[in-house]
Design a protein around this ligand. Structure first.
Ligand SMILES: *Cc1c(COP(=O)(O)O)cnc(C)c1O
Length: 378
């Protein structure tokens, strides 16, 4: 039975190979996520409880209890479609940012918003600018539209905004800026970003991805959302996946001029954000104390990890996020050996960093376990 199914499937596969997908689709490489705990446990025969996952920049405290409670309550309504317009959440976000709800785009993760912006503004024959070592979704979203990606060499692992401005061509529609960037953690100061926005032609959309915004020190916080009134070609994205601890529910959002938001909203699936995600995000937004605790834990963990890495003689890239990338040499080997010890981190060779590993800041005990195992493996 299974055999005949396999045979039928391989016949079908070869039939599918003849369906002419565009060359830019066939050229795409799949996104490689951090390994899930369940998969590592299964593959290596380890107990799930003993595995430490520092591979996906998740909040080690979990989510706000208020958000979890709201999500549970929303389960009672799952037989109904969610509010496709996200009325309550957009209203709350509008209040939070002192903007009008028309400026908001809700996404199935902020990843979705990056994707939707690429659908709205890119097409074959156009181009998008992004940085070397940048968040890989920028490149994937560009490739999937058949647009040309212009990758600008990084400077000290970070975005060289001046060079990115210079790389803009007459066919360029979008510039992706991830600030802080993942996987490098590099950060461009608000004053420089603002200066960059002043230089960018008004007919080029700047997508400013601020997935780690909540982790920034007060002096690093830009008025990016306020800048939109001055720069109608600015789209700011934020997420509930990182500091808010709702990665599994998939919810993020974009803020832009109402005309831009309208175009991007037209590209959404009608119900792209679930009712559970909307309810949880709404509650999470009201739990400032949870964010404060998360940020404080991250600050302390960053000190613990960077000191520990330095004492092993390793060079890490200064990070403004909830993770740090460290140069370990043969990263593939170190990754595998850490995995065998039940410590999952993230190889970043696909980001042009073959000698680095990216480590998320965990609980103090998780950070210690990682440092201990890393010392042993090295
Ligand atoms: C994690 C991350 C995102 C957001 O992911 P979602 O879960 O889709 O919201 C976006 N940009 C960067 C740079 C990230 O690291």
């Amino acid at each position: 039975m299974k055999q005949s199914l396999n045979k039928a499937m391989s016949e079908r596969d070869s039939a599918e190979m003849r369906v002419p997908a565009p060359s830019y689709v066939r050229a795409m490489l799949p996104y490689q996520p951090g390994k899930p705990i369940t998969e590592v446990a299964r593959e290596l025969g380890l107990a799930e409880a003993g595995i430490v996952k520092l591979a996906s920049n998740e909040n080690p405290l979990g989510a706000s209890a208020l958000a979890v409670e709201a999500a549970q309550a929303a389960l009672a309504e799952v037989a109904r479609y969610p509010d496709g317009g996200g009325f309550m959440l957009r209203q709350a976000l509008a209040d939070h940012h002192h903007i009008s709800p028309e400026m908001l785009v809700l996404g199935n993760g902020s990843n979705d918003v990056l994707e939707l912006a690429s659908i709205a503004f890119l097409e074959p024959g156009s181009s998008a600018v992004y940085s070397q070592h940048c968040f890989i979704v920028n490149r994937l979203a560009t490739q999937a539209r058949g647009a040309e990606g212009i990758e600008v060499p990084a400077s000290g692992y970070g975005h060289d905004l001046w060079a990115m401005r210079e790389a803009v061509r007459s066919d360029t529609r979008v510039i992706f800026v991830s600030n802080p960037n993942n996987p490098t953690g590099t950060f461009v100061a608000p004053g420089e970003v603002r200066h960059f926005l002043q230089q960018v032609p008004a007919n080029v959309l700047v997508v400013l991805d601020e997935a780690y915004y909540e982790y920034l020190a007060p002096e690093q916080r830009s008025g990016s959302v306020e800048w939109i009134s001055e720069f109608p070609n600015l789209l700011v994205t934020r997420t509930f996946s990182k500091a808010y601890g709702l990665a599994g529910l998939r919810i993020g959002y974009g803020v832009a001029h109402p005309d831009v938001a309208d175009l991007v909203n037209r590209m959404r699936q009608p119900f792209n954000v679930s009712n559970v995600a909307q309810a949880a995000a709404l509650a999470a937004l009201g739990d400032d104390a949870f964010i404060e605790r998360s940020v404080e834990l991250n600050r302390a963990g960053m000190v613990q990890l960077t000191r520990g890495l330095a004492s092993l003689g390793l060079e890490s890239i200064a990070s403004s996020g909830n993770f740090v990338s460290v140069r370990v040499g043969d990263a593939g080997r170190v990754f595998k050996q850490l995995l065998e010890q039940g410590v999952i981190v993230r190889p970043v060779a696909g980001y042009g960093l073959p000698e680095h590993l990216r480590v998320s800041i965990g609980l103090e005990s998780e950070n210690s376990r990682f440092l201990e195992m890393l010392a042993a493996v090295l």
